[in-house]
Write a protein that binds this ligand. Structure first.
Ligand code: FAD
Length: 691
């Protein structure tokens, strides 16, 4: 019954791919490898002419362990790589990582008995497989998958292990790994260890993964007769210094995302592999309060073939702040080599270099690695071997193996990797770590998504963004924690408006980009289409629930309806529930709503909830409840309801309240109310865009 009430929070962005899993705004990695396609050929991905036969592939590359991943936001892919490395270094397994999309599965029934397959599978949206795992999922969960042979049972030879990445705030928690595990067992495959489940909703993904993998390795070692050895770091990437090149050599990448950008011939299609360097036409602050910022940006896409529809997302490709880049170079003792040109090559035919080379240490750290992100405990264990001295090594080993100690010393303070190294070594430099360890151990710097806050009917070539700047005080830490992308955008806004103190938050950025290519306030972007869409019939009533920056797409919706009304179309009732702390501080677009009201008249109503004005906190869900009768009537007239913003709390509560409203108003039991809400979701009458 617990779970039933949790059938709630859902991304509306389900089919198309990328939105990240978030824990209270915490990024779970993001898009699929944006470089994969450009490098797949060079590095042995299953592109044209490559085999889709995994067994053949394993045989020809001498592998006995394949780790398949179904990944949307990069986390499952990261975990797969980590398992591959660990299997190799601890147990001498010959491992390879495989994108589920790049292989066929009908021959899994001839998977050799002495090899093992691992499945690391994220569940996406409402229990769906990730984009790259759709075909596999359909195949394996079919009533009778068309395996090549007629073995009985078909997968009697297959030994496998499984780990799932999910979020308990979704109804179909970890359904991907659960269903795949069930199917594999049904066809006679033998699972080793438990099928693990990581929970992003509880914020325990990493710890769940760590807790699952040790018993799994022990069981696998026993089953396959593997002998554990002392784990030695073996690089996957080889780094060579290119003495004949300097950072000014034309073939050296200084942060350009691909060859076209390097050669100055960037053209569309612009997408997750190829951003458009867009001018920011305008930028301004939306809050009236000193210590919090919310940015409004107008991104001009008129120079590109990019297009968007109201309700879509824009991806912003950030740059790491200069101070963090310096700290990283410094603690790794690479300051002198900052601009040294290096080539990075995969030493492993199945690995892919996550950025183009030749390049420099500076460019890799600044443009390609997520150096600000939370640190992985396991990664500290790996780095221990390279500690400057024995006592530092012991401390690293302890951090790597003691969960509570690690939490207390590192994660609680929001330390990133360079700060962690620096705190542990007390500032002593870590000169011995092979740089490849960072390319392998850190996530690629990911674009961040924003719900477009304009209507494409009103401004088809200009995309509005409404972004709140991440700037948190962390108890026990002297400087605030600052989000990567939003502080970069803040700096761009400050520069654009010639604001007196562009380093107000202590961060500087290479705002001009590689080779000054972003000069004149440009930012790399692409657009991601979403399913969060107005009803095609504008006469349908709509209920919009968008507190805080959740108002972003709602602004686009209201803009669109005002435009339609202006052009003489009949538009249905449009009721917007907006909430923030105080009218005088963070009431987003306050004066604009009045303009829309002038055009839409009584077709538009804004209902506000200010949480810090009265003695009692009032949120949008309370306002919804107060309007029970009207909400129910609108729903009975087939109103569409849209919810955007905080996934963890607000969206769940809105879902619950809606079920209650329906139950109460229609005189049916609450369970029936919940069921009606569920059906509304299934019929797209209830749409969410939450993060
Ligand atoms: P990041 O650096 O990515 O940090 C984000 C969070 O991760 C931090 O708050 C913290 O909780 C955690 N974190 C990061 N580093 C550490 C560390 N070292 N230790 C501990 N914790 C850490 N946002 C908006 O403002 N407006 C929108 O319209 C909007 N729409 C979105 C739509 C979608 C589909 C999605 C998926 C997200 C949307 N977001 C929106 C959120 C946005 O994408 C970003 O996540 C947000 O702006 C923060 O990005 P950042 O790079 O500034 O912060």
């Amino acid at each position: 019954a617990q779970l039933d009430t949790l059938d709630i929070v859902v991304l509306a962005v389900i089919l198309l791919g990328t939105a990240a899993y978030f824990t209270k705004g915490k990024v779970w990695g993001v898009t699929k490898d944006p470089y994969a396609s450009s490098f797949a050929n060079a590095n042995g991905g299953a592109k044209a002419g490559k085999t889709r036969n995994i067994i053949e592939k394993m045989e020809e590359s001498g592998k006995n362990c394949v780790i398949f991943y179904g990944s949307q936001t990069g986390t499952a892919e990261d975990y797969a790589s980590r398992l591959a490395k660990e299997g190799k270094s601890r147990f001498g397994l010959e491992t390879m990582v495989a994108d589920l999309e790049e292989y066929d599965y009908d021959n899994l029934d001839s998977f050799p008995e002495d090899k093992v397959a691992m499945f690391v599978l994220a569940t996406y949206g409402e229990g769906e497989p990730t984009d790259n795992a759709v075909d596999f999922y359909e195949f394996i969960t079919a009533e009778e998958p068309s395996f090549t042979n007629s073995n009985d049972p078909p997968l009697g030879n297959l030994t496998y292990v499984a780990f799932g990445l999910g979020n308990n705030t979704y109804e179909h928690y970890n359904s991907m790994v659960r269903n795949v595990d069930k199917a594999l067992e049904k066809f006679g495959a033998h699972r080793v260890g438990e099928a693990g489940e990581g929970d992003d909703g509880a914020g325990t993904m990493e710890e769940d993964f760590l807790a699952w993998k040790d018993p799994m390795w022990a069981a696998l070692a026993e089953k396959m007769g593997l002998e554990e050895r002392e784990a030695v770091y073996e690089p996957i990437f080889g780094i060579t210094e290119r003495e004949n090149l300097t950072k000014d050599s034309p073939e050296v990448y200084l942060g350009e995302p691909n060859k076209m950008h390097l050669e100055g011939t960037a053209k569309g299609p612009f997408n997750a592999h190829n951003p458009y360097i867009a001018p920011i036409a305008e930028s301004k602050e939306l809050f009236n309060v000193k210590d919090r910022n919310c940015l409004h940006l107008e991104v001009d896409i008129s120079g590109s073939n990019l297009s968007y529809q109201t309700g879509d997302h824009i991806a912003i490709w950030p740059t790491n702040p200069g101070q963090e880049v310096d700290e990283m170079l410094n603690i790794l003792d690479l300051k002198d080599k900052q601009d040294t040109v290096i080539s990075v090559k995969a030493l492993e035919p199945t690995a892919k270099v996550p950025f183009p080379t030749p390049t420099t240490y500076d460019a890799i750290i600044r443009y390609h690695l997520e150096i600000g992100a939370p640190v992985s405990r396991q990664f500290l264990g790996t780095l221990a071997a390279f500690a400057p001295d024995e006592s530092i090594k012991a401390e690293m080993v302890k951090l790597g193996s003691d969960k509570d100690y690690f939490h207390d010393k590192i994660s609680k303070n929001h330390y990133n990797i360079s700060r962690t190294l620096s705190v542990v070594s007390n500032g002593q430099k870590w000169s011995n770590i092979p740089f490849s360890a960072f390319i392998e151990g850190l996530t690629k710097l990911q674009p961040r998504y924003y719900s477009i806050s304009s209507s494409s009917l009103v401004q088809p070539k200009k995309i509005s963004v409404t972004a709140v700047v991440e700037n948190q005080l962390i108890p026990g830490r002297s400087d605030p924690f600052k989000g990567v992308a939003t502080n970069y955008l803040l700096a761009l806004k400050q520069k654009q408006n010639g604001e007196p103190n562009p380093e107000a938050f202590g961060l500087t950025y290479e705002l001009m980009g590689p080779r000054n290519k972003y000069d004149g306030i440009h930012v790399p972007v692409h657009v991601r289409h979403s399913n969060f869409k107005l009803p095609s019939d504008p006469t349908k009533p709509i209920i919009l629930v968008g507190p805080g920056t959740g108002v972003a797409p709602m602004r686009g919706f209201v803009q669109e309806r005002a435009k339609q009304a202006e052009s003489g179309e009949t538009v249905g009732k449009t009721i917007l529930f907006f909430g923030c702390r105080k009218r005088s501080e963070d009431f987003l677009y306050e004066s604009e709503w009045e303009e829309y009201k002038k055009v839409l008249g009584d077709k538009f109503e804004l209902v506000t909830a200010f949480s810090r004005e009265g003695s009692k906190k009032v949120y949008v869900q309370h306002r919804l409840k107060e309007r029970s009768k009207e909400i129910n009537e609108l729903l009975q007239q087939k109103a569409y309801i849209y919810v955007c913003g905080d996934a963890a709390n607000m969206a769940r509560e809105v879902n619950t309240v809606l079920g209650q409203i329906i139950a109460e108003q229609r005189g049916v039991p609450e369970s029936k109310g919940e069921e009606i809400v569920k059906n509304m979701r299934a019929a797209n009458q209830y749409q969410e865009d939450v993060w």
